[in-house]
Write a protein that binds this ligand. Structure first.
Ligand code: PLP
Length: 394
């Protein structure tokens, strides 16, 4: 008998986690590897948030919560959406889940029928296609080329839509490209979604990490009509350096939110209670730490960007947000004698002792993703190693 269900037969593990695991194993063997694979801020969770979590536990608030989240957390999220994004929601339009990742998973489970198509712009976050497929959906890829700043155009979106299209995913600021859609671009994409009557899944997890004076806009802000067909997904992981706490949320149509909540009631019951109390403080307390971390990332980017751009055969766009660089290294791979960027990435790890993520996992096989969520000292050393590696083999 088959041990496994058909549904998981094509499931591929997250490339990001795989490389990070390999780099960690090398480190455990005593090899001096620098990991630039991380998808998480390197800061501690701010003190006031830790205190709020401890305080809630000491008060005995350690029991189940409503499946869709603590009322007090929903209220904090509603206030945050109003304050930061000028978006008004009611508690019935918000659900709290186990990180934005699981919220997205739950969302695709409740909106997709077998064969429904979801438009995923390339380069994409690794989990979108797998989550869509696990829900019986079909990923339809649209390429945002480097010439388009890794963003898709309204014309591309329109062309990709068929009678089976259920939704399009917009991730701005983007992982892995760091690019941000401006207001006009969002409005133009939204107009197509309205015209063709499809949902918009807006993953705004990197909202707070924006640089160069750029402001983040949610596509739901375009109009009431657009907001009605948009599910905003966000969380505390990247903004408040709370990746391990696993708190994310969705805001949107009440029927979708109710279905997600009902599904959660049979799968997770609720996101960890202590983590929910921590998230209340994250949204209601001082936001100083958020800005402090943003500035740190911006400072690192300013130092590291010109150095990465100067490595022979690396071609890289200046990112506007998140904490990744996505250089196209096809030229460097070719000149140093590797038949693919994946092979180049393997050699970087074993020979230069620098772990980066191959872009093949993001649908952009000529690129690599470097995370600058690590100390400036390590970043500079990693870039020096990559530069030396490429120059030695050129
Ligand atoms: N969306 C994107 C684009 C991400 O990069 C990540 C984290 O890597 C997530 C969602 C998931 O965030 P969370 O830790 O809240 O599940």
């Amino acid at each position: 008998k088959n041990l496994l269900a058909d549904r998981v037969k094509t499931l591929t593990p997250s490339t990001t986690l795989a490389i990070t695991a390999k780099a960690k194993a090398m480190k455990a063997e005593g090899i001096d590897v620098i990991g630039l694979g991380a998808g998480e801020p390197d800061f501690n969770t701010p003190r006031n948030i830790l205190d709020a979590a401890i305080d809630s536990m000491e008060k005995g608030l350690t029991k189940y919560t409503p499946a869709g989240g603590l009322p007090v957390l929903k209220e904090a999220i509603i206030n945050k959406l109003q304050r930061d994004n000028n978006l008004a929601y009611t508690p019935g339009e918000v659900m709290v889940g186990v990180g934005a990742k699981h919220v997205l998973y739950t969302l695709f489970q409740v909106i997709l029928n077998k064969g429904d198509e979801v438009i995923i712009p390339i380069p994409y976050w690794v989990s979108y296609p797998e989550q869509v497929k696990l829900a019986g959906g079909v990923p339809v890829y649209v390429e945002g080329t480097a010439e388009q700043q890794y963003k898709i155009t309204p014309e591309q979106l329109r062309e990709a839509i068929t009678d089976n299209t259920k939704a399009v995913i917009i991730n701005s600021p983007s992982n892995p490209s760091g690019m941000i859609y401006n207001q006009q671009e969002l409005a133009a994409l939204a107009a197509v979604a309205v015209e063709k009557d499809i949902l918009i899944v807006s993953d705004e997890i990197y909202e707070k990490l924006v640089y160069g004076g750029i402001t983040h806009h949610s596509i739901a802000q375009v109009s009431q009509e657009v907001k009605a067909r948009t599910i905003v997904v966000n969380g505390v992981a990247k903004s408040h350096s709370m990746t391990g706490w696993r708190i994310g949320y969705a805001a949107g149509d009440a029927a979708i939110i109710k279905a997600m909540t009902d599904l959660a009631s049979h799968s997770t019951s609720n996101a960890t209670t202590t983590a929910q109390y921590a998230a209340v403080e994250a949204y209601n307390g001082s936001q100083d730490a958020v800005e402090h971390m943003r500035q740190a990332f911006e400072g690192r980017l300013a130092t590291i960007f010109p150095k990465v751009a100067a490595i022979p055969g690396f071609s890289v766009l200046q990112p506007q947000g998140a904490f990744y660089l996505l250089p196209d290294v096809a030229e460097a791979a070719k000149h140093t004698g590797y038949e693919s960027v994946d092979a180049f990435v393997s050699a970087l790890l074993t020979e230069a002792k620098v772990a980066v993520i191959p872009g093949s996992g993001f649908g952009a096989p000529n690129t690599i993703r470097l995370s600058y969520a690590t100390s400036l000292e390590l970043l500079e050393e990693a870039v020096r190693r990559m530069d030396e590696f490429v120059k030695a083999k050129w």
